[in-house]
Design a protein around this ligand. Sequence first.
Ligand SMILES: CC(C)(COP(=O)(O)OP(=O)(O)OC[C@H]1O[C@@H](n2cnc3c(N)ncnc32)[C@H](O)[C@@H]1OP(=O)(O)O)[C@@H](O)C(=O)NCCC(=O)NCCS
Length: 171
Amino acid sequence: MAAIRGLGTLETERLVLRPRQVDEAATYRYLWTERDPRVPPHRRIDADGRPTVAEIAALIEDEPGLLAVQRRDTAEVIGYCGLTGYGSASPDEQELAFELLRAAHGRGYATEAGGAVVAWAREAGCPRLWATVWDWNVASRRVLEKLGFHETGAVVAESVHGHSLATVRQF
Ligand SMILES: CC(C)(COP(=O)(O)OP(=O)(O)OC[C@H]1O[C@@H](n2cnc3c(N)ncnc32)[C@H](O)[C@@H]1OP(=O)(O)O)[C@@H](O)C(=O)NCCC(=O)NCCS
């Protein structure tokens, strides 16, 4: 099946989602520093401070489907949201991902950003979207629930802290 195309800039009431820029890498690295200690070590900053800002910057072009989430009122970039499979996986394998700075949590921004990406994917012809979430990640599970995702019962990874659950949003 052909790859999906056309994910560019999305606008919501309070947010603009648009391609990430290399000069925002420090913000994306800051997200790594804020990650819960239960997140697996390869997804957290190591004892040597890696990945560095430069290394995070180099990763940006590898994930063109992850968009910067920018507040309209302050123009501040508060995180990212988008599709991890964009540019590589087929339309039925696209996966939603989102992560916001802690200072921006609790105001509905993740649900608002995720909703824009879900709507775009539906319009683009994806029959479904996937997402994985750790069982202990109550906030993210709630966001996915609000976006219409259902847990499939499949466990895609395990760690000492819990299970990573597969969820799906059918269109
Ligand atoms: C998950 C995350 C993106 C949520 O961002 P957010 O903007 O605060 O989310 P929203 O405000 O849209 O919605 C959060 C929901 O979770 C609920 N919630 C948050 N913490 C909770 C907790 N400890 N217990 C129960 N519910 C909780 C909120 O009440 C809200 O639900 P409601 O609207 O029914 O009240 C943010 O916490 C984050 O970036 N976490 C780290 C990265 C991450 O987990 N990414 C997702 C990986 S799958």
